[in-house]
Design a protein. Structure first.
Length: 463
């Protein structure tokens, strides 16, 4: 698939960035609060406008401040005084990673010193990136007219909007898509030339041994290894040859527990990790053998599943775990319970320090990748369906019952199964899960998510 463009929403706190993020994402994702700095949760979502699919990221407020001994910055607008220097890093990395930058300002307050300082940061670091200004809270004709004062910031495209009332957002989306078309490095239609080989992202909490595992797989120290959590900031791609086949290994920054992500660069490290997951075919989810499965490990697994990527669970530091005859089975049972939402993920117990079972990592990842591209013949899919219907017919919903007429696997990477039914509204999630389990009994699709889609026989859209 072509690379999806990235739009970064930046701006000072409390101008409505999260509200706009939710509007572009089409659902309520980011936490919204009138207190500056509320955004702490999910920061990336997919958006679609006129057939162009792109990712949008909410950075949280870019904080600017008056440096000690530096030039005088005129007083900031009321409600914008809690500025700290670290969060300026969000703008810096947005400038590096985003294709289009969306600067959100407040049309009610007008241009503030904080807005001007943010513009200076962006001009220093994003000189060649398209920057669009969204003058938010323009929810009446007077504020719409006042919004045009933001042309004084020096950007050519200013869009008066009200994210809360969905006013002017369509024009803004038109501007975003037009900006994509101006970027020579973006190809919104052609597939990437190197998309056919195996790409593996190494993900996990900070300090679980991701870089050490990468170095062992490479056979040399190619990335910094440190006992200090958070050493790796960027996703780093390294291509190797494995049994004569190209494999790309993507080392990533560790993802901290939500709410514990420090402002600035570390928050964007999470973004880059999520982008690495999206670029990969298979993810190696590293778990600390001494700690066991933590809540944050479950969150990361959720990110992987949401991205529809295949996964191998790698339990590292196994050499440090005190063992008896039941230790491994107890760990497997714990992971089966805590990762019960993962699609039959294989588990490997390794030591990146000593090299124990390291040889199994790429073997397992390759096996999972092959399963991701496996296609079941249509006749076999329908045999599985007939057996499933005989074993457990769909339960009635009121006076009506789901009827499934025909099924086929319509795609791979990940596998997609299409079921033709009488009414999609009769498909209960428990029966959908039952059908998936029946497919997996016959063809495990190890570590790989399955997508089950249901379409009415008359061709109406899915509901």
């Amino acid at each position: 698939m072509p690379r999806k463009p990235l739009v970064a929403i930046v701006g000072r706190p409390n101008v409505g960035k999260s509200t706009l993020f939710n509007r572009l994402a089409g659902e309520r994702i980011a936490v919204i609060d009138s207190i500056p700095g509320t955004t702490r949760d999910r920061i990336q979502a997919e958006s679609d406008w006129n057939g162009v699919v792109f990712n949008v990221v909410d950075t949280g407020g870019i904080e600017v401040y008056q440096p000690k001994g530096g030039r005088d910055v005129r007083p900031l607008a009321e409600g914008s005084i809690d500025f700290v220097p670290q969060i300026e890093g969000q703008a810096l990395i947005a400038a590096e990673d985003a294709d289009v930058i969306l600067l959100v300002v407040d049309s009610e307050q007008g241009i503030t010193a904080a807005d001007e300082e943010i513009v200076r940061v962006l001009r220093r670091n994003a000189e060649h990136k398209p920057i669009l200004v969204a003058a938010n809270k323009a929810d009446n004709p007077q504020r719409t007219d006042e919004a045009f004062e933001f042309y004084a910031l020096g950007f050519e495209r200013v869009f008066p909007i009200s994210a809360y009332h969905n006013l002017g957002v369509g024009d803004l989306l038109d501007g975003i898509v037009d900006a994509f078309k101006e970027i020579d490095s973006l190809d919104l239609t052609d597939e990437e030339a190197d998309d056919e080989h195996l790409k593996i992202a190494i993900v996990g909490r900070p300090n679980v041994g991701k870089s050490s595992l990468l170095n062992h797989l490479l056979g040399e120290d190619r990335t910094i290894v440190s006992p200090v959590a958070g050493t790796t900031r960027d996703a780093i791609d390294t291509q190797i040859q494995w049994h004569g086949m190209p494999v790309t290994l993507i080392d990533t920054a560790g993802i901290r527990r939500r709410g514990k992500i420090e402002p600035g660069v570390e928050k964007y490290s999470v973004l880059r990790t999520m982008q690495a997951i999206e670029r990969a075919d298979v993810t190696l989810l590293l778990v600390d053998g001494e700690d066991g499965v933590t809540e944050q490990d479950q969150h990361i697994a959720g990110y992987i599943l949401e991205a529809k990527k295949s996964v191998v669970v790698v339990v590292n530091k196994w050499d440090l775990v005190e063992k008896d005859s039941n230790t491994m089975s107890a760990h497997l049972e714990d992971m089966k319970e805590k990762f019960n939402f993962l699609p039959s993920a294989p588990v490997i117990f390794i030591s990146a320090l000593t090299g124990q079972r390291i040889h199994q990592v790429l073997e397992t990842a390759h096996r999972v990748w092959e399963a991701r591209s496996f296609r079941i013949p249509t006749s076999e899919v329908n045999r599985i369906l007939r057996d499933a219907l005989q074993k457990h017919p769909p339960p009635p919903k009121g006076t009506r019952r789901l009827k499934i007429f025909f099924a086929s696997q319509v795609a791979v990477d990940p596998p997609v199964f299409l079921f033709h039914v009488n009414d999609t509204r009769l498909v209960h999630f428990t029966y959908k899960r039952f059908l998936e389990n029946q497919i997996r009994e016959a063809y495990p699709f190890e570590g790989t998510p399955l997508i089950l889609s249901f379409r009415p026989r008359d061709g109406m859209l899915d509901k």
